[in-house]
Design a binder for this molecule. Structure first.
Ligand SMILES: Cc1cc2nc3c(=O)[nH]c(=O)nc-3n(C[C@H](O)[C@H](O)[C@H](O)COP(=O)(O)OP(=O)(O)OC[C@H]3O[C@@H](n4cnc5c(N)ncnc54)[C@H](O)[C@@H]3O)c2cc1C
Length: 403
């Protein structure tokens, strides 16, 4: 038996023994995830057990080095773990911005002290991070950001406003882009800084959306004093001062890669289930086929596109593991996943019919089909809009000229 086969057998046995039955209901909604952090409360005993067992094995961040709480798996081993986890439909034991965005950027740009403190806290689910990138007036044109960060000798003084800061009200720390030089060309005066959300001067205001719910917040930074170092040699700034754009871009590639490899047709539990769901709702014709030819065609097309997408993810992941990561190709996956995700809930709404859009007295129920349908509109905006992904794909993947 090859080492790879041996590893697969061991992983399968470990998952079988350690993943509680209740946690084998898929990775499909934001609501059923374990997010971790100081304010986190486990939703069930099974979720806690699953998290603790995975943590002790280094499987909350399998690919990270053991010294930072990971399992030190190779890319190939991590892929096997993921395949076996998905084969039993198990949830990820922990899922948050620290794992998918900040961690990889720190591994690339952090000092040993920063890695030791922050990566370990993320791996152990102790600290939940939010992303302070967007500002009013700086979304797609992120480098237009104006939040001011001044060097005050022993600390940084930060003033400004961030917007769309998802879950800022329940996060512990923020990774934030600030302007440290207003005279330099706009990409060259930005710094990437980390600070505790409990610092004086930070106020957070949730933004309520039409659905009645929202993870969004406005984050106001008024005379926030950020220490230059959190303990010995543990700088709050990651990378070089005024060179934060490099770190920011690295993180965006990971964000888009993460968004692009998320389950397509999210919220629908996969196209094959769409077929079953439609058969139950609409019924079958005399030949045993779904009794709505147009819908049947749409579901089959979604299934074909989903297969093509999954094969592309697999191919690109293999290429990325063998070379320098996903790079600009993450924009292709991000775009495809956004469209497939939106189509999934569109189809489900179509199958469900008018009852899908019923609004209760307290607004649309969180986690309901209508809520997912509304939320999924956001996939072509968050992490960079579809138009911006098209610009990146045409320039950096296809090599087309700017004009
Ligand atoms: C669900 C969700 C969660 C989010 N979470 C966070 C978060 O945690 N932290 C955070 O910092 N931000 C977050 N964001 C913000 C997100 O990153 C921005 O919404 C996004 O970058 C777009 O910026 P904008 O909304 O200012 O739109 P704008 O940049 O104002 O764009 C408006 C429209 O103009 C188009 N456009 C702009 N520039 C170009 C161009 N050059 N070429 C072609 N078309 C263009 C856009 O595609 C879009 O259609 C989140 C957004 C969503 C929807």
């Amino acid at each position: 038996m090859s080492d790879t086969e041996k590893f697969r057998t061991e992983v399968r046995a470990w998952l079988d023994k350690n993943c509680p039955e209740e946690m084998r209901d898929g990775d499909i909604t934001a609501e059923n995830q374990c997010w971790g952090g100081r304010l986190w409360e486990f939703q069930s005993e099974a979720q806690k057990i699953w998290f603790e067992r995975a943590l002790s094995k280094g499987y909350t961040v399998p690919i990270w080095p053991k010294e930072y709480g990971g399992a030190g798996l190779s890319a190939e081993e991590a892929k096997i773990l993921d395949e076996e986890r998905q084969a039993i439909n198990a949830r990820k034991p922990l899922n948050n911005f620290g794992i998918s965005m900040l961690g990889p950027a720190l591994l690339a740009y952090g000092t040993d002290e920063q890695k030791a403190q922050h990566l370990t806290g993320i791996a152990r689910g102790e600290i939940r991070w939010c992303q302070g990138y967007s500002e009013p007036g700086a979304g797609s044109d992120l480098a237009a950001l104006k939040t001011k960060c001044e060097d005050k000798g022993d600390h940084w003084l930060i003033n400004g406003q961030k917007i769309w800061t998802s879950n800022a009200d329940i996060s512990d720390w923020i990774f934030c882009l600030v302007r440290t030089d207003f005279d330099a060309p706009k990409h060259q005066g930005i710094t990437f800084i980390l600070f505790d959300m409990a610092t004086a001067g930070i106020s957070v205001k949730p933004i309520v959306l039409i659905s009645g719910h929202s993870p969004f917040c406005e984050t106001f930074l008024d005379n926030v004093k950020v220490p230059k170092s959190y303990g010995d040699n543990n700088a709050s700034v990651v990378g070089e001062i005024n060179r934060g754009w490099d770190v920011a871009k690295n993180l965006l590639v990971h964000e888009r890669g993460m968004l692009g490899t998320m389950s397509p047709l999210r919220g629908t539990t996969g196209p094959e289930n769409l077929g079953k769901f439609a058969a139950e709702k609409i019924g079958l014709d005399a030949t045993g086929r779904l009794d709505d030819p147009a819908l049947r065609q749409n579901i089959v097309q979604a299934e074909l596109d989903n297969w093509a997408y999954n094969l592309t993810v697999e191919r690109m992941t293999d290429e990325a593991n063998a070379g320098n990561g996903l790079g600009a190709k993450s924009s292709m996956l991000k775009y495809a996943a956004s469209e497939l995700t939106k189509r999934g809930t569109e189809l489900r709404m179509e199958i469900e019919g008018t009852t899908a859009a019923i609004i209760g007295e307290d607004g649309i129920e969180y986690g309901s089909l209508a809520n997912n349908w509304l939320y999924n509109r956001a996939y072509s905006i968050l992490g960079g809009t579809t138009e911006v992904q098209f610009n990146i794909i045409s320039k950096r993947v296809l090599g087309l000229p700017s004009q």
